[in-house]
Design a protein around this ligand. Structure first.
Ligand code: IMP
Ligand code: MG
Length: 179
């Protein structure tokens, strides 16, 4: 996770994408994704919890399994040792069509590593989805199948995304701007 090292008190939270625009885009994504058969949705905690909740409710299938894993990345290393996924052992993905969901596709490690881990567990197909894409920060080669919005290199908070665990409950997508 990128470090935001300017004191939060010297910054302000500014609107980037309104909650209405977010909801509209989430519905579109749900329709688009549902053209494929998806059996299991796997969300990456914590940031994706609100996005997953809205996305799955907008997907027509009510037989979807919804599971979460907790992804922790330490530093920027490419090695698996700097990246852990908690909860993989309880996933039920063997032979299933899986959609892996994260809040934001930034350096790219989280979705790439999580998607590879789910493939290694024997999923029949793994698709990926991120509500936000920050292409200017990419460090790995990986293509995400479904993207909600592309954003500039600003630090995003709200709609599940945090700064030091705060601001997740903001209904809009916002960014932190220096005052
Ligand atoms: P990646 O592995 O660098 O692609 O990072 C993805 C993870 O970093 C996301 O799951 C978020 O938790 C976190 N992250 C990346 N950019 C932001 C941001 O702008 N705001 C809040 N969290 C972020
Ligand atoms: Mg995250």
């Amino acid at each position: 996770m990128p470090k935001f090292d300017i004191m939060i008190d010297m910054n302000e939270v500014a609107l980037l994408i309104s909650k209405d625009d977010v909801q509209k885009r989430v519905s579109e994504l749900a329709q688009e994704i549902s053209l494929q058969k998806i059996d299991v949705v796997i969300g990456a905690l914590t940031g994706a919890f609100i996005f997953v909740s809205d996305l799955v409710r907008a997907m027509p299938s009510k037989e979807l399994k919804i599971q979460f894993v907790k992804v922790n990345s330490y530093g920027k290393g490419t090695e698996r040792s700097s990246f852990t996924i908690q909860g993989l052992e309880s996933l039920d993905v063997k032979g299933k069509n899986v959609l892996v969901v994260d809040d934001i596709f930034d350096s790219g490690y989280t979705l790439k590593n999580l998607s590879n881990a789910v493939k290694e567990l024997g999923a029949a197909q793994v698709k990926t989805c991120a509500l936000l894409d920050k292409p200017s920060r990419r460090e790995v080669r990986f293509d995400v199948d479904y993207i909600g919005f592309t954003v500039e290199n600003v630090f995003i908070v709200g709609y599940g995304l945090d700064c030091a665990d705060e601001y997740r409950s903001l209904p809009d997508i916002c960014y932190i701007r220096q005052k």
